[in-house]
Design a protein around this ligand. Structure first.
Ligand code: DC
Length: 253
């Protein structure tokens, strides 16, 4: 592993893009390949939404939400294909991935005071040997100094289909039509909100995955990581070839 000079911040790869585009899978793949930490930044908004729904706090009650967000501590671990989201000692990954929690997360994420507190918690995740940060504003707001910024795109139909397959595999029963509507609504909300809208950073590398297979996306991101020489910062092991990766991007349809 290449050691950075003392005082230098740990490197960050920002993986941004809209809901259901496959950022999570690319991020897990990169974090496993490099031996870096991983953060699903949306999980922090989702945990906040989950807590708010649980205790009956409305998604426009900014002062209560700020109180809830003040002590947001979460950790992540890759377990096979799954990403564990450890909060208050338990893995709440499945619970926070429900559609109603996602919709509430999108609603409360419009408030700048709430975002400020969540962003502080997100920045605390930056640790050695490096962080792969999956989100919407990782490259623009949270880590503007990221070593590499990737922005993934795909059509709404392809993304709804991927989310449908994921939820089905988790045992949730949802209709494709309602997912399509929900993702389109969330896209609109995320892209048009005043604070930190979903937008590619000027220095981001944009990858449209609509017609790309899993292997092609993996190969492309690894190629970029090697171009940027970030594989030299891999923790104690050579970077995996795309086909050796253990984490799968949902297949595009
Ligand atoms: O990525 P996700 O679907 O888990 O995110 C849920 C919501 O959280 C999303 O609709 C908007 C918000 N979010 C955000 O505002 N900024 C991020 N970096 C990640 C998520």
């Amino acid at each position: 592993m290449t050691v950075r000079p003392a005082g230098q911040k740990a490197p960050v790869i920002a993986v941004d893009g809209p809901s259901g585009v496959g950022k999570g899978d690319v991020s897990q793949f990169l974090a496993s390949s490099l031996g870096w930490c991983i953060m699903d930044s949306g999980a922090l908004y989702r945990i906040l939404a989950y807590k708010a729904l649980e205790i009956g706090v409305r998604t426009d009650d900014v002062s209560r939400l700020c109180e809830l967000a003040a002590d947001l501590e979460v950790s992540f671990a890759i377990d096979g294909d799954a990403l564990q989201v450890i909060y208050e000692g338990a893995d709440i990954g499945d619970a926070i991935r429900r559609e109603n929690v996602g919709v509430a997360a999108s609603q409360l994420a419009v408030w700048p005071e709430v975002r400020r507190r969540v962003v502080r918690a997100q920045r605390r995740q930056r640790r050695s040997p490096g962080l792969v940060a999956d989100g919407r504003d990782m490259g623009t707001e949270v880590f503007p100094d990221a070593d590499l910024k990737l922005f993934l795109e795909a059509s709404v139909e392809a993304r709804a289909n991927r989310r449908f397959q994921q939820l089905k595999a988790l045992g949730f029963s949802v209709s494709l039509g309602s997912l399509l509507q929900s993702i389109s609504r969330r896209d609109e909300q995320d892209r048009t909100r005043k604070h930190s809208p979903l937008i590619a950073a000027q220095d981001a590398i944009v990858i449209n995955t609509t017609r790309m297979g899993r292997e092609a996306v993996r190969s492309r991101v690894l190629e970029i990581v090697r171009d940027k020489a970030l594989d030299r910062l891999a923790q104690n092991k050579p970077v995996a070839r795309a086909s050796q990766a253990t984490h799968a991007l949902p297949s595009p349809h």
